[in-house]
Design a protein around this ligand. Sequence first.
Ligand SMILES: [Fe+2]
Ligand SMILES: [Fe+2]
Length: 312
Amino acid sequence: MLAHLSDPHLAPLPRPRIAELASKRLTGYLSWLRKRRAVHRSDVLAAITGNLARERPDHIAVTGDLVNIALPAEFEHAWRWLEALGAPAEVSLVPGNHDAYVAGADMLGALHWAPYMAGDAATLGAADSHDRDRPPLQPSLYGGESAETFPFLRIRGPVALIGVSTAVPTPPFMATGRLGALQIARMAALLAGVAARFRVVLIHHPPHVVPKAHFKRLVDAAAFRDAIAKAGAELVMHGHDHVRSLSWIDGPGGRVPVIGVPSASAAYGTDHDAAGYNLYRIGGRPCDWSCEVSCRSLDAAGAVIESERFGA
Ligand SMILES: [Fe+2]
Ligand SMILES: [Fe+2]
């Protein structure tokens, strides 16, 4: 059983030093004080992760936005949260735009979080012979043209997890993501190499067309969809929108489900969906897979319940 949660936006936000706010962090900090701190609550997140732990999933996928404005203390906090969630072999992480909020701020996060983003081969993301001949790469959270350590590939029984990074620093009020042509090509090569497995792509930004999302879109989503249309995948999981969603993109042999989850810390009764996560029971065999999705959601009384169940 595979679990998926996303966008914990860990609270509380440590008080930043003045010098740390001389950047995009200033608008982010004001946004946190004005609005977001009432939405993203540590007690809600604890209810979600507590419910998830009782289900004892075999593996947990986390699709980014662990932190808010990428302060060093936030990366430390997120590392401890990841450790409590599970061991690096049992938890796979891809970063979100908030984890690369300002240029250069990712190093601490990358160093601490690297075991959760490492591929099975320990050569982070190596996908072709050129990569294998290179010296070990410094851990980095970045996607886009700097996506050296992504994608990663992890095999867990019949499931292949392919994690990509869309995390790139952007100007204030922008929350776009970018994979970069090289990362997309490596992802396609990895997907083709594990075509006999149930292939799950982990990505922070939704790769399908989302109306009214220009300032927070995945810039090269069309190239991602082209790669999936050719190489194929059985499931794409994402976060970023903070809403529960199911859409479909083209694969070589039929449609590929694209499933988004709410923020795992979102209080009930805000603009976006209340906190939740998904559980996936995967069965069958190549060309005849089955996947049952159980959606868990926070209700008005603060309990975590199964809100929906469907086959994907
Ligand atoms: Fe987010
Ligand atoms: Fe995001």
